[in-house]
Design a protein around this ligand. Structure first.
Ligand SMILES: Nc1ncnc2c1ncn2[C@@H]1O[C@H](COP(=O)(O)OP(=O)(O)OP(=O)(O)O)[C@@H](O)[C@H]1O
Ligand SMILES: [Mg+2]
Length: 186
């Protein structure tokens, strides 16, 4: 059954204490501090590609923006991460403007919390963003119809004052590969 197939994996550097691997598209990690959440984000930020879509779901204060801080750092952001709640989308630039066509030139950080309707989000040109960068969306469930079927979805659950469960779900080959990279630390 679902739970009986899980394996417990230990991270080599002891940064992340434990990981449950369910199958090729689902893993769960436990973070015990904001720093651990940032470290995890850094791992993901280092392997981002142009066109990647990351959806971060979770209650207020669950740790989504903290995770984005790590992603931006791992990717090499010039700009500091702030919550785009009032702006809807922040754009971060990169120190090394690599022209390899794979590394995203820009990082788009969107927060759909205050979206009144999906119609408002329709005015955002997600395709243009994905042509030159990677897109991270907080509160993605509020604009789900606009998000591609293939994506990495991370659900944040507050399980203690400083403890968060991060439940990763990959849909599509690219995102299954991303999950593998997170697991292997490649
Ligand atoms: N393990 C942890 N991981 C992430 N944040 C943690 C953790 N433990 C405590 N925190 C704290 O929880 C808060 C998380 O805030 P953050 O802005 O990242 O949440 P959010 O999910 O983006 O919320 P919002 O929906 O309001 O944007 C921060 O104050 C952070 O220091
Ligand atoms: Mg946030």
């Amino acid at each position: 059954m679902y739970l009986s197939t899980c394996v417990l994996v230990y991270f080599p550097h002891g940064i992340i204490p434990s990981m449950l691997v369910f199958d090729s598209h689902s893993i769960e990690l436990k973070s015990r501090s904001p720093e651990q959440t940032r470290q995890l984000g850094m791992r993901l930020g280092g392997v981002l590609q142009t066109g990647d879509v990351l959806c971060l779901q979770g209650e207020l204060g669950a740790g989504k923006t903290t995770f984005v801080q790590g992603i931006a750092q791992g990717w090499g952001s010039l700009d500091s991460v702030s919550s785009p709640t009032f702006i809807l989308v922040n754009v971060y630039r990169r120190t090394d403007q690599s022209r390899d066509g794979v590394t995203p030139s820009l990082l788009f950080h969107m927060d759909a919390y205050r979206l009144d309707s999906t119609g408002e989000a329709e005015e955002l040109d997600l395709d243009s963003m994905l042509a030159e960068g990677a897109l991270i969306v907080e509160w993605p469930e509020r604009m789900q119809s606009l998000i591609s079927n293939e994506r990495l979805w991370v659900e944040f659950v507050q399980s203690g004052e400083e403890e968060r469960e991060l439940k990763f779900n990959a849909r599509g080959k690219r995102y299954e590969a991303l999950l593998e990279m997170i697991q292997g630390g490649k």
